[in-house]
Design a protein around this ligand. Sequence first.
Ligand SMILES: [Zn+2]
Ligand SMILES: [Zn+2]
Length: 142
Amino acid sequence: MDTSQKLLIETLKKHGFSASKSRIAVFSALLHQEPLTMSEIVHKLSGKVDRATVYRTIELFEKVNVVQRLHIGWKYKIELTDQFHEHHHHIICQSCAKLIAIDGDSHIEKDIADLAKKYSFSITSHQLEIKGICKTCQLLDV
Ligand SMILES: [Zn+2]
Ligand SMILES: [Zn+2]
């Protein structure tokens, strides 16, 4: 069992939930992945976990901070929270919903830490999303 799966099981336990087969399957579908839409997750798990269970599991995962939502316009994608992968930020195309993960830039991280200090905040997490129009969509939209 890899460390991230262990961490999932611990997190579920801590909140009084068991690590059922379907919960582990939903988690695995998101591990080492670009953020996915709900329908992509359902599709990936078809034949293994039914749709209602996928939705319920994602809802539970959100509550216990295993996954987070990335809002793209009125839609959203799901990804695992920072404890399960390297901290990063996103650039999102508002036209085609293309999403690029960018490594946490040390300047940005430092600025965020400085801001927190200024407002006497102890940071638990942060998310940074840069929205715009990707190159392909810029060319299409003439
Ligand atoms: Zn685009
Ligand atoms: Zn960051």
